[in-house]
Design a protein around this ligand. Structure first.
Ligand SMILES: [Zn+2]
Length: 350
């Protein structure tokens, strides 16, 4: 009796396991907007290229189609492959949304740069910055073709764009939002999002030799967009993720995609411009100014020391401003970033 029992066990262990849902997700060459039924949530793999063995390289697409007509909001994350909080923001948003309450559609891509994500790196696998390659070129190099495919597959569908990022390696950010505040709707979204800081930014236009950001490519097609910087690279930060998803729900209320009144959000500090302050010598950098802090002109912001601990240089705020982001990496050559200073008042010049 023992042998049949063992055979049965062996058969059970060889039995195919249930296929993960991702294997059943259709691979598509374009987002099938016309096929997504109102009131449904669909998942797709959108083909963006091929690897050396001819296998498809693809990005995940989540399509939440409301029962009522309305705008199409694009939400994309991880165009920089080590900026991961936005992926979880999109997953949380999609889990929260009920298509029965939704007017319009959310077209979300939780991972625009799968090769960068797999390599734990900011750049596209060809070593370039994908967010400087848009709108891309159909007959260009690898990142240009990726950018072109994403541009042509996504932007024609969108009425608005939310582009989710984080700080880069060796830096940390407040939760801050960049948008052209001259655009009435974007200005309302910006101050209601729940960001610590809002930065007025038109975004450098695409069309330079190397290309531009996805938001600039959207703007060039008349699609208003905003960028949200959510904390730090290569981590999931629960608080940033919660605030990011809540902010997108606020944005959707302003865009009349969701019913209900706006939630009370703390008023952000609004900056009209910003710039980075850099070291002029090399050494070990200690940034003193805390994130989100308002600084007065002349206030100490960082100390640079030599390897023996002797102070080489003390940096001060060149003008009053707020700390949008700052370096967390002490290893500094000359020209290393110290902090990202936001300027609030138009007349406040250094
Ligand atoms: Zn980024």
């Amino acid at each position: 009796m023992k042998t049949p029992f063992l055979l049965l066990l062996a058969c059970l262990s060889l039995a195919p396991v249930a296929r993960p849902q991702s294997e059943a997700t259709p691979l598509v060459d374009s987002v099938p907007m016309a096929h997504a039924l109102p009131g449904t949530i669909s998942h797709y793999w959108l083909r963006i290229g091929q690897d050396t063995q001819g296998r498809p390289e693809s990005v995940p697409v989540i399509l939440v189609r409301g029962v009522k007509p309305g705008p199409v909001l694009g939400v994309v994350a991880a165009t920089h492959g080590n900026e991961l909080n936005g992926i979880r923001v999109i997953q949380e948003l999609a889990a929260t949304l009920d298509p029965k309450n939704l007017s319009g559609t959310v077209l979300a891509v939780p991972g625009m740069n799968p090769g960068g994500i797999a390599r734990h790196q900011r750049e596209h696998p060809d070593g370039t910055d994908l967010n400087r390659a848009f709108p891309g070129k159909g007959n260009g190099n690898r990142s240009q073709q990726t950018a072109y495919t994403l541009t042509t597959a996504l932007l024609p569908h969108l009425d608005y764009l939310a582009d989710l990022h984080t700080a880069s390696f060796g830096r940390e950010n407040t939760l801050y939002l960049r948008a052209d505040l001259a655009h009435d709707t974007l200005a309302r979204v910006a101050v209601s999002f729940g960001a610590d800081i809002v930065l007025n930014s038109k975004e450098a236009s695409a069309g330079t030799q190397t290309g531009g950001t996805f938001r600039a490519a959207a703007a060039a097609r008349g699609i208003p967009g905003f960028t949200v910087e959510l904390g730090d690279p290569q981590v999931f930060q629960p608080d940033m993720i919660r605030r990011g998803a809540a902010g997108l729900l606020q944005a959707m209320r302003i865009l009349d995609m969701l019913p209900g009144v706006l939630e009370e959000a703390p008023q952000p500090i609004v900056c009209i411009r910003s710039y980075w302050i850099y070291t002029d010598q090399g050494g070990m950098l200690e940034v003193l100014a805390p994130l989100g802090e308002r600084l007065t002109q002349g206030e100490p912001i960082a100390v640079l020391r030599d390897p023996f601990g002797r102070e080489i240089r003390r940096y001060t705020a060149p003008q009053a401003g707020v700390v949008i982001g700052r370096s967390t990496n002490p290893a500094a050559e000359n020209g290393a970033r110290i902090l990202h200073l936001g300027i609030e008042a138009p007349g406040d010049q250094p």
